[in-house]
Design a protein. Structure first.
Length: 176
């Protein structure tokens, strides 16, 4: 069971390393690309897309803490933890966002390479192994799903706080 439960963290690390390596540079060009394909997206939304490597690393690191906690919970319960299973489901389902983003923009977006190579295969394998091993599969818990769905946006919001502390010079201007 440890391979399945800690495999979530391992698959997430591989996937998010791709995102860390590509997101900062991709995000600088993203507003123009999105505007060309989806002109109705408000400028306020597009202005949030560019991020520095430090912002990406902060958001990815914070999300990683949640994934590590889910993997640990799964390891403690032999994969039966609702937290682990909801995180596993979210990890697998988020592959759709990567595929959809690239399809809409008709180009590479961060995470696209490891989505079909890591995210989807690991998720399918893990669910099959859990079921074959007789681990009770919990029905979806709406409150837990909402909470977990908020992890990534919350991590990005915390990472953006860095901008509030920096002026145009890039030097700290206020303490939080």
């Amino acid at each position: 069971m440890r391979g399945i439960t800690w495999g979530l963290l391992a698959a997430w690390i591989v996937h998010d390393l791709e995102e860390l390596l590509t997101m900062p540079s991709w995000s600088q060009e993203a507003p123009e690309q999105v505007r060309a394909v989806l002109p109705q997206v408000p400028d306020g939304v597009l202005n949030q897309l560019p991020m520095s490597r430090a912002e990406a690393a902060t958001a990815i690191g914070l999300t990683g803490l949640a994934i590590a906690a889910a993997s640990a919970s799964g390891a403690r319960t032999g994969g039966a933890s609702k937290f682990f299973q909801a995180s596993l489901a979210g990890f697998g389902l988020h592959a759709g966002t990567h595929l959809a983003q690239s399809a809409v923009l008709r180009r590479y977006t961060p995470g696209l390479v490891t989505t079909p190579l890591v995210v989807i295969p690991y998720s399918v394998w893990a669910w099959r192994r859990l079921k074959r091993s007789g681990v009770p599969i919990h029905p979806s818990d709406a409150r837990l799903n909402v909470l977990l769905a908020a992890v990534v946006p919350a991590a990005h919001a915390v990472a953006r706080l860095r901008r509030l502390r920096r002026g145009a010079s890039g030097r700290p201007t206020m303490e939080l």
